[in-house]
Design a protein around this ligand. Structure first.
Ligand code: LLP
Length: 421
């Protein structure tokens, strides 16, 4: 459930009409519903608790939507943060999420990032390879601390989703094998600067079938039991993120309750604390991208292009993954016309959809890309020197700009004429 419904003034986010926000903030603009963010987080966590998972650490995947105001909403509910860069750790800390609820993941953490994370006292660094483990040990020794590490295992399970976002096969760059994990875990236990706290996995994103997750989690359970059997201390099992969301035309994904029931079953009786790294399932349907129609361009052969003021730099998912986003008129329009919806960027790939029947639009009409709260603004760029799209958070009938659109002066000021050294 989300909080985007039609009211007397057209499509509204909670009690705030999108047309009003667009008029006051300008387009394109991302609009997020605070109530939806809260609801999604609460539903996910409570489903786990109801399935018998004791005190889960739900570390929201910051990469999905990293606005500090969004992180604050979730952090205030007790969310932790799954981070993949120093920047994301800093965002989580800025939102008031304490180090002990921050997980630091990622394939290539740089020395200075590891140093920063250790100083911030993160709950665990998810180690992806042996060289990385050695680097963490070296940095921890320099700082005179014992680094809490968890081993990210690649469970070699194929999980749905797009090839560009599947991570759980051994040919992908992520994580170590089960055999390596067991060996590294035992070695790390004997290192004065390392404290192995658990194991982790994450097999992909937009997963709409529980079977591969069940397979991966069952293998992870086996690993935890093996390590415990060897007398090693294992406190945590991090099961990653990946639960899919409905994007309108996709197969209906499992609900958080079905996911949680499966987790409860697979991990029953395992004496470890479970952690999760959901991103999309929390944020996707809590946000929309609002854009304005610039022109309707009809070719002589009949193809109709809806040229809008949002582009692939603002929402790259359709261009990058052929992703489907439902498109709704902000104010309902009669009629039906088949359009290609395109942005102003000078690439054919700057196409949001082709041959889609939509209400008949005219120049100046507003439309909303639904389910754009995850991997939308977070993946935006200033390609074609289009100012980074602003973000708005709605709470009831009030709203706040939580990232402003930069001015052209601010954009130009970042470039420097060479000052040769
Ligand atoms: N944990 C790890 C280690 C991850 O790599 C990811 C996502 C997550 C958690 C969160 O996964 P989620 O619950 O959001 O599925 N940009 C792509 C998605 C990339 C996902 C990358 N990793 C998209 O727009 O579809």
């Amino acid at each position: 459930m989300n909080h985007f419904e039609y009211g007397p003034e057209g499509l509204a986010c909670e009690g705030a009409p999108l047309a009003k926000i667009a008029a006051e903030v300008g387009t394109p603009v991302y609009v997020y519903s605070r109530a939806t963010l809260e609801r999604h987080f609460t539903v996910f966590r409570d489903a786990l608790i109801a399935a018998g998972v004791v005190d889960p650490l739900v570390a929201y995947a910051v990469k999905a939507n990293s606005n500090v105001a969004v992180l604050k909403v979730l952090g205030d509910l007790g969310a932790g943060a799954d981070t993949v860069s120093e920047g994301e750790v800093r965002r989580a800390l800025a939102a008031g999420i304490p180090g002990e609820r921050i997980v630091f993941s990622g394939v290539g953490k740089a020395r200075r990032e590891i140093e920063f994370a250790l100083k911030a006292g993160v709950a665990e660094i998810n180690v992806e390879s042996e060289p990385e483990l050695n680097l963490i040990a070296a940095v921890a020794a320099e700082l005179g601390v014992r680094a809490k590490v968890a081993f990210r295992v690649n469970p070699d399970v194929a999980a749905g989703g797009h090839a560009k976002i599947a991570t759980g096969k051994s040919e992908n760059k992520f994580g170590v094998s089960f055999a390596e994990a067991a060996r590294l875990y035992a070695n790390a236990s004997n290192n004065a600067n390392l404290q192995p706290v658990g194991v982790a996995c994450h097999i992909g994103s937009q997963i709409t079938d529980l079977a591969p997750m069940r397979a991966a989690f069952t293998k992870m359970r086996g690993l935890v039991e093996q390590l415990l059997g060897e007398g090693l201390s294992v406190e945590r099992l991090d099961l990653g993120g990946g639960l899919g969301v409905p994007y309108f035309n996709h197969p209906e994904p499992p609900s958080p309750a079905e996911f949680a029931a499966m987790v409860g079953e697979v991990t029953k009786g395992l004496p470890v604390r479970l952690a999760f790294e959901p991103g999309r399932v929390i944020a996707a349907n809590a946000g929309v991208l609002v854009a304005e129609v610039i022109h309707v361009h009809e070719r002589p052969e009949g193809r109709k292009f809806l040229v809008i003021d949002a582009a692939m730099n603002d929402l790259v998912r359709p261009a990058m993954y052929d992703a489907f986003h439902d498109i709704r008129p902000v104010v309902k329009r009669p009629g039906e016309t088949v359009y290609d919806v395109v942005g102003p960027v000078c690439e054919t790939g700057d196409t949001f959809t082709r041959d889609r029947p939509l209400p008949t639009f005219g120049a100046g009409d507003l439309l909303a890309f639904m389910s754009a709260g995850a991997y939308g603004a977070a993946m935006a760029s200033e390609y074609n020197t289009r100012p980074l799209v602003p973000e708005v958070l709605v709470d009831g009938d009030r709203y706040a700009v939580i990232r402003k659109r930069p001015t052209y002066d601010e954009i130009l000021a970042r470039d420097l004429m060479p000052h040769w050294i």
